[in-house]
Design a protein around this ligand. Structure first.
Ligand SMILES: Nc1ncnc2c1ncn2[C@@H]1O[C@H](COP(=O)(O)OP(=O)(O)OP(=O)(O)O)[C@@H](O)[C@H]1O
Ligand SMILES: [Mg+2]
Length: 365
């Protein structure tokens, strides 16, 4: 293993081994690509070939592409953060950006278990007992001048992020401790990070966040765009059911509920399958759509207004701890088990209306 941690010379020794798919002489498959840096042979990862057609919301795509422009030899590309709720289109946007620039795309799926070496170079014992060094999708993009999307970046812990600090500033290199080499990024290398803000994520340290600029925030598509997205993904869809789904999604967006375009695609896809699945006892469109809504998004999705009210109540009132008695009696009611006891300051904002509405909910059930 080499120990020199100086930036190595960029050795352009790219070896391609092309073999035909069995029975398809004209189709070539890249079996393995290797690249040598300071005597260490790195096996490259394969690019992502998924489709990435971005529909509508042109402004955010332009913003992403602007981040990746280099205007002058003194200029540097930016690594933006793409943020937004799950299923809103963050990964698709990044993929589309790479497709527009016609660069190969590599996606690294970040998780809480991602270690620095997983992000960079992993040693693998080969058949002959020798160590083979496998470059991650990120390092492959760095070497080949591709684009890397660090997907769901805030699932990754600080230690792993720390290994990327020199890559994300003017230095543009990483150091692989495992392979004992420094790996400089190709001038065409570009990167973007997608992030979700749910509970299962880590706080990214400020010195890393300051390298992940700007923040591009995705919003829900408008009615016309959402319809076009659904039509694009499900071109065989019944139009009535498609419109029902768009209507549902738009209402949910208006009420600030977290049902996403992906939820719409999934539920419409299932509804269409149910409609066509049983030719002897076909379901009505309405029944198939409703069943799919409940099975994909839960019973509560049938009443968006009520779900929205519940959500508002939870957000406003989740500091209040409720006992069983709270569901049956107002706090001032002498029959309340806690009547006469001190109430915390935090509880002051719980007024009668809120209890009434909880009682109403109970009555409904
Ligand atoms: N503007 C768009 N154009 C085309 N497809 C879209 C668009 N917006 C969302 N989609 C579709 O919605 C689905 C969800 O998108 P995607 O997986 O990119 O969301 P995400 O924000 O990355 O979600 P997560 O946070 O769960 O990873 C995909 O099928 C995607 O193709
Ligand atoms: Mg994603």
């Amino acid at each position: 293993m080499k120990t020199s941690m100086q930036i190595s010379r960029y050795q352009s020794s790219l070896h391609l081994h092309l073999v035909p798919y069995s029975g398809q002489e004209d189709t070539l498959k890249i079996m393995s690509v290797t690249h040598e840096i300071d005597g260490v042979l790195l096996h490259m990862a394969g690019p992502d070939r998924s489709e990435g057609n971005w529909i509508g919301q042109h402004e955010i795509l332009k913003q992403l592409l602007a981040c990746w422009l280099v205007l002058d030899p003194k200029d540097m590309p930016l690594t933006p953060r793409l943020v937004g709720t799950p299923g809103i289109g963050k990964t698709t946007l990044a993929i589309s950006g790479a497709r527009v620039r016609q660069q190969s795309l590599y996606i690294y799926q970040c998780t809480a278990d991602t270690r620095p070496e997983d992000l960079l170079v992993t040693p693998v014992i080969s058949e002959k007992g020798k160590i083979a060094y496998h470059a991650s999708p990120l390092v492959t993009a760095m070497i080949q001048g591709g684009i890397c999307v660090l997907d769901e970046g805030n699932r990754m812990n600080e230690k792993s992020w720390a290994s990327l600090a020199p890559l994300l500033d003017h230095r543009r290199y990483v150091e692989s401790i495992v392979a004992g080499i420094s790996i400089p990024a190709h001038p065409d290398f570009r990167c973007a990070v997608t992030m979700n803000d749910d509970e299962s994520t880590f706080e990214i340290p400020d010195y890393i966040l300051s390298r992940l600029q700007p923040t591009l925030t995705l919003g829900h598509p408008n009615r016309e765009d959402e319809r076009a997205i659904l039509r694009y993904h499900l071109p065989f869809s019944d139009l009535e059911m498609l419109d029902l789904t768009v209507e549902f999604l738009q209402q949910a967006h208006e009420l600030k509920l977290n049902f996403s375009t992906r939820d719409g695609i999934n539920m419409l896809r299932y509804a269409l399958k149910r409609l066509h699945g049983d030719s002897e006892h076909p379901l009505s469109k309405d029944a198939a759509w409703r069943e799919s809504l409940v099975n994909c998004l839960g019973e509560e999705a049938l009443d968006l207004n009520r779900l929205s009210e519940q959500r508002t109540r939870t957000l406003g009132g989740d500091v209040v701890s409720m006992g069983l008695g709270d569901f049956f009696f107002n706090p001032e009611d002498p029959l309340h088990p806690d009547f006469g006891q001190e109430i915390d300051d935090d509880d002051d904002d719980m007024d009668d209306d809120e209890f009434d509405s909880i009682d109403d909910d109970e009555d409904d059930e």
